[in-house]
Design a binder for this molecule. Structure first.
Ligand SMILES: C[S@@+](CC[C@H](N)C(=O)[O-])C[C@H]1O[C@@H](n2cnc3c(N)ncnc32)[C@H](O)[C@@H]1O
Length: 459
């Protein structure tokens, strides 16, 4: 069989029109039907590209010159946008980003979910009024340069750390604390961890901020437990930032890209800081999973609660419950909530959070949702409503099968990956459910990440 030749050649230049955006935010042009992906290009734009890599069914190009700009193009306000990989869509107007996310959901629901968009209402993406400074957690790698430390971000496709004073999607309070802590550590001669030599001390600084309570936590991730002059460093941080309520050390002695190690000790203050979403208060520890955009989290959880349609008589399962955030939102309106999560520490936090808010109708179990929930059902238990909020890979099939067996009248699916959402909705539709509505919520403005919540009814 003759091999099909790609109609493009590496290092050659082509004039193209961009038709679409990939889910990663690259512009898509077609040359004789052959897709070429180009960073920083937008649909409806025309320009000159250079082909930089040719693969079997597609190629990558670099934008050389724009002949015609999209009406949705805007100047990226961040001065380091082109170096940092954190945001991918700052060159697209915010309105354009919200449309892109809705379209992304619609495309996968049709292509993967086989859903008929005449029957399923996909709402416009709910965005933020002020889509900047929303992140409540800064997690910055630490490096060294002549005469000092650098705290910033890994340059795109490399492990070189670029110093950064301001991140436009970060809460300014977090940037202030990171910069000050870097300087304090510098003053006391703390050495940064060197990845290649596996030597040095400080690997990462993490700062968390409770948007409602204004409480802050500082976490030092170090190579070993030995952290010289920590008392002096703590004194300086607490004198400068009275809102810091907790200083924690995490030890990671491994040669790895994974940020945290297994050992975490409180160096000063509390083990937790607190924050509130709506009326519910949460204790957040250094390792807890807590949504990074608290303002939009409230929007997302309110929508999940609305889709759950609770009247106070229902028994509800919250699968993949983390520290019980959605569970406790549901507990406000349900008779009983049963939360399941794989991380034991998160379940301890969930139980503590239930107690903190005086909820006696929420119960939590540690384990894989696909094991715990079938076992619970086999013992004769049933839920009227099931809420799932799985990681990017979506729900395990064993859990989906149990949902089909258990037949709750409603399923609410909170998703951070439209592709797996569409796959799982298809499975549930095949088994007797009907998707009624899908609501994309912009949890991560200026990035390509897309969150959505779907409401399904048993037919
Ligand atoms: C997207 S987070 C949602 C957390 C929580 N609902 C929230 O909004 O904060 C997904 C959660 O699923 C947990 N997880 C991953 N695989 C799991 C599994 N097989 N069974 C139960 N939980 C799992 C993760 O630890 C994480 O806490």
């Amino acid at each position: 069989m003759s091999k099909i030749q790609a109609p493009v050649i590496k290092n050659e230049y082509y004039d193209v029109t961009f038709e679409d955006l990939t889910h990663e935010g690259a512009g898509v042009a077609k040359i004789e039907g052959f897709p070429v992906f180009v960073e920083n290009a937008l649909p409806d734009e025309r320009g000159k590209i250079k082909i930089i890599k040719v693969k079997k069914g597609f190629a990558f190009g670099r934008l050389i010159e724009l002949y015609e700009e999209s009406k949705n193009r805007t100047e990226a306000p961040c001065p380091i946008y082109s170096q940092c990989g954190g945001c991918q869509l700052q060159h697209l107007s915010y309105e354009g980003q919200l449309l892109f996310k809705k379209k992304q959901v619609e495309q996968v629901l049709t292509r993967i979910g086989k859903l008929d968009l005449h029957k399923v209402k996909v709402h416009p993406t709910i965005g933020m009024n002020e889509p900047w400074n929303y992140r409540n957690k800064a997690q910055v790698p630490i490096g060294e340069r002549e005469g000092g430390l650098v705290a910033g971000f890994y340059q795109k496709r490399s492990h070189d750390i670029i110093d950064m004073e301001r991140c436009l999607i970060q809460q300014a309070e977090n940037d202030d604390v990171v910069q000050a802590v870097k300087k304090i550590c510098e003053k006391y001669g703390i050495r940064a961890y060197n990845e290649e030599k596996h030597k040095g001390c400080l690997r990462h600084i993490m700062v968390r901020y409770g948007l409602v309570t204004k409480e802050m936590m500082v976490v030092f991730v170090t190579k070993t437990a030995d952290f010289q002059q920590k008392n002096e460093i703590i004194n300086e941080i607490t004198a400068k930032f009275p809102q810091v309520k907790s200083i924690v050390q995490n030890i990671n002695n491994k040669r790895t890209n994974v940020i945290f190690g297994n050992d975490t000790n409180v160096l000063w203050g509390e083990e937790y800081i607190y924050d509130k979403i709506g009326d519910v208060k949460f204790a957040i520890s250094a390792r807890s999973f807590y949504q990074v955009n608290p303002e939009q989290t409230k929007v997302l959880y309110d929508k999940a609660l609305e889709y759950a349609g609770l009247t106070g008589t229902e028994s509800v399962i919250d699968a993949y419950c983390g520290i019980g955030t959605i569970s406790l939102f549901l507990a406000q309106k349900a008779k009983k909530v049963f939360g399941v999560e794989i991380v034991p520490e998160a379940i301890e936090d969930a139980k503590r959070n239930a107690e903190l808010n005086g909820f006696t109708n929420a119960e939590f179990a540690v384990g894989e949702a696909e094991v715990v929930i079938p076992a619970w059902y086999n013992k004769g238990n049933k839920a009227d409503v099931i809420v799932v909020d799985p990681p990017r890979k979506g729900c395990d099939e064993a859990l989906l099968k149990t949902i089909l067996d258990m037949k709750p009248k409603r399923v609410v699916y909170v998703s951070c990956n439209p592709g797996t959402l569409a796959r799982d909705l298809h499975f549930l539709e095949q088994g007797g459910y009907e998707t009624v509505e899908v609501q994309p919520v912009d949890m991560f403005p200026h990035t390509t990440h897309c969150e959505a919540v779907a409401w399904l009814e048993l037919v």
